[in-house]
Design a protein around this ligand. Structure first.
Ligand code: CMP
Length: 140
């Protein structure tokens, strides 16, 4: 089934000059970018985006990190996009991610883990709407 998912190339991966390679991996896997923006997330936006993690001990540090530099946000479209994107990313903790996955290659630690991907259809809907308007997503 064709799905859409939200991807974020986080500040650590942008600083490692990995934007091109990460987008190449998406395209090579037939996860087509249908919307893309390079931006900076404010601390307040990061807190809103990660609101489900508000009670977690890493919330303060995670939202500070996400607001610390440029990010690239993308909507990817493709067959079974949510799961296939998560497979490409690898486990949250780069040390546990399968060799060759994006997080294994570019992640630093469980917090500075290079990329984000939606984890379910409901989350994808919320996260895509958080960054992109209907007009930007267009009619396809
Ligand atoms: P992400 O996929 O963006 O979703 C939530 C983020 O919180 C996760 O990637 C990590 O950046 C961060 N995170 C998750 N678990 C931990 C943890 N145990 N310690 C620190 N950061 C974490």
């Amino acid at each position: 089934m064709t799905e859409r998912t939200l991807a974020i190339i986080k500040p650590d991966a942008v600083k490692k000059n990995a934007i091109g390679d990460i987008i190449r991996r998406y395209e090579a896997a037939s996860l087509r970018p249908i919307a893309i923006r390079m931006t900076r997330i404010s601390k307040a936006q990061a807190e809103g985006f990660y609101a489900v993690h508000r009670q977690r001990p890493f919330f303060e540090s995670l939202t500070t990190f996400m607001a610390s530099g440029l990010v690239v946000v993308l909507v990817l479209e493709g067959d079974d996009a949510i799961k296939r994107h998560r497979d490409l990313m690898g486990a949250t903790d780069p040390a546990k991610a399968d060799p060759g996955t994006i997080r294994a290659v570019y992640g630093t630690n469980i917090e500075y883990n290079a990329v984000h991907g939606s984890d379910s259809p409901d989350t994808a809907k919320f996260e895509i709407g958080f960054f992109f308007s209907e007009m930007e997503l267009g009619v396809r």
